[in-house]
Design a protein around this ligand. Structure first.
Ligand SMILES: NC(=O)c1ccc[n+]([C@@H]2O[C@H](COP(=O)([O-])OP(=O)(O)OC[C@H]3O[C@@H](n4cnc5c(N)ncnc54)[C@H](O)[C@@H]3O)[C@@H](O)[C@H]2O)c1
Length: 263
């Protein structure tokens, strides 16, 4: 299949690197015009240049309403009315409950939780004018299952994102605007690396863990999941998922399905 987003304009926040960059590449390959919205200018501009005339980079702090207004104005001028929004930008911080600071809690709240709400508000006029829209919020398995590793600031925003998804789906469904939450177990190691103990190979540990649940089929490379996350984002963004709204869509190799007790 190809052209699954033909003619559609999509905004991808946090698209300069990692998961967001993989999504931008797949969306352009599937016919979308894509706006990469991020604070990382150099990487974002390089990616937009690589993707050609169907992509642009726009510097945007997702926690700023003014930045959202400027982003949407630029997208409308250069690409057209956005029909797709991928709220993918996020920050991580790790500290146990008795050490976490208000500054950390507020910083992650502003980017991971307020940012997606401001984004939804910013694209609503365009989606209403088009008569449809699809919003994909990038959640995390940390918004479904708790882990004992100092994730109070991050996990609280990712749990909240599933509530934002459902509430927005209820309010916007009458405008044919769908809102879904993707739940990956992995992403860019550069996001978590600053917080991991030295020498810890997080990807390898995750791979070993999830491959006990789901053996990768012979044609798949197994863990790492950028492409799998991008493909689920494509499905949710495209008209193929016209029956889906308000849902959680895990791409986690069964990680949140249950506990596995067999040795
Ligand atoms: N890395 C993981 O292990 C993992 C696991 C599950 C879910 N996720 C989720 O996947 C999504 C993508 O993360 P990733 O793994 O690609 O990490 P990443 O750090 O490569 O990507 C996050 C992007 O968001 C951008 N960003 C941060 N603050 C911003 C702001 N205020 N305004 C605009 N852009 C901002 C960063 O510059 C970066 O490019 C996030 O929502 C993350 O929570 C990541």
């Amino acid at each position: 299949m190809s052209g699954r987003l033909q003619g559609k304009v999509a905004i991808i926040t946090g698209g300069s690197r990692g998961t967001g960059a993989a999504i931008a590449r797949l969306f352009v390959a599937e016919g979308a015009r894509v706006a990469i919205a991020d604070l990382r200018e150099e990487q974002g501009r390089a990616l937009a240049a690589e993707l050609g005339g169907d992509a642009l980079f726009h510097r945007c702090d997702v926690a700023s309403r003014d930045d959202w207004a400027a982003l949407v104005a630029a997208v409308r001028e250069h690409l057209g009315e956005p029909a797709v929004l991928v709220n993918n930008a996020a920050l991580l911080d790790i500290a146990p409950i008795d050490e976490v600071t208000e500054e950390s809690l507020e910083r992650l709240f502003r980017v991971n939780q307020l940012g997606p709400i401001l984004g939804i508000q910013a694209v609503l006029p365009s989606m209403r004018a088009l008569g449809y829209g699809s919003i994909v919020n990038m959640g995390s398995t940390d918004g479904v299952l708790a882990q004992d590793m100092g994730l109070i600031a991050y996990a609280s925003t990712k749990f909240a994102l599933r509530g934002i998804t459902r509430t927005a789906a209820m309010e916007l469904g009458r405008d044919a605007i769908r809102v879904n939450c993707l739940v990956p177990d992995s992403g860019n190691i550069e996001m978590s690396a600053p917080f991991l103990p030295e020498g810890m190979d997080h990807d390898e540990l995750m791979r070993q863990h999830v491959e006990q649940i789901l053996k990768p089929p012979p044609w798949a490379s197994g863990f790492h999941r950028y492409e799998e996350i991008a493909r689920m984002t494509l499905f949710l963004a495209s008209d193929e998922s016209s029956g889906c709204t308000g849902g959680d869509f895990p791409v986690d190799g069964g990680y949140t399905a249950g506990r596995r007790f067999r040795p």
